[in-house]
Design a protein around this ligand. Sequence first.
Ligand code: A2P
Length: 267
Amino acid sequence: SMPETGGFAIPANVFAETVTSVTHYTDRLFAFRMTRPQSFRFRSGEFVMIGLPNAEKPVYRAYSIASPSWDEELEFFSIKVPGGPLTEHLQKIKTGDTVLMRKKPTGTLVHDALIPGKRLFMFSTGTGIAPFASVLRDPETYEKFDQVILTQTCRETAELDYGRQLVDHMKTDEMMQEIVGGKDLFFHASATREGETRGERITTLIENGKLCSDLGIEPLNPETDRAMICGSMAMLKDTEKLLLARGFEEGANNAPGTFVVERAFVD
Ligand code: A2P
């Protein structure tokens, strides 16, 4: 059936898709799923431009696709920015509503931008976990790596729920266990402003070695390890600095390396 666009004409480079579910995690975070166009292909970890058909000239923002490339629907994990030109409307969407998506996916948090290794680290803050929710569910991840380590730091504990539920699902769902295929999957979550992980930014955890000692795994090593980073501009800069100091080299789609950073979402 045709999506409801309230008379808005869909441009040729845009898909109009129907929301299938919405989940609110906190007053600042929510996730939604929507239909996936038959012709739409992407690599796990990529992002697209998302908008709403509620204005003559829709506002588009970069959103990582949080679902894996094999999923028949598309999932997104979003912040609610008070007064944000897109998210103030997007946070109110309901099942059956229409979301616009530009047709071309892109991004650097993809397997193609990393050279082969033994362990994959995915460092995120806040909604920066979204592309990793995609990579984490992709069979290629476990074909290429023996150990997969996802980290997320948020200000508050409740903000870690999306990631916790995802990792629980990976560990309990039969189909997901088949995807993981007996490889080691670790999740390190910390709330920096409450509870016993207070003050534990990812940068602190890398610097003092607590990340790997908490998980009972070998320290970071550019010979065996590959990394992906997604978070705020400050977090990207600081985490990147720590990896460079440890001998990691930044990769890109046309020149794979030992770590990659997504800069599409910052400011
Ligand atoms: P903190 O609570 O110590 O500021 P934000 O919502 O500001 O983007 O923060 C999300 C998470 O990222 C918080 O846990 C925050 O820690 C952390 N964070 C903020 N800046 C940095 C940084 N430069 N390096 C690492 N982590 C950071």
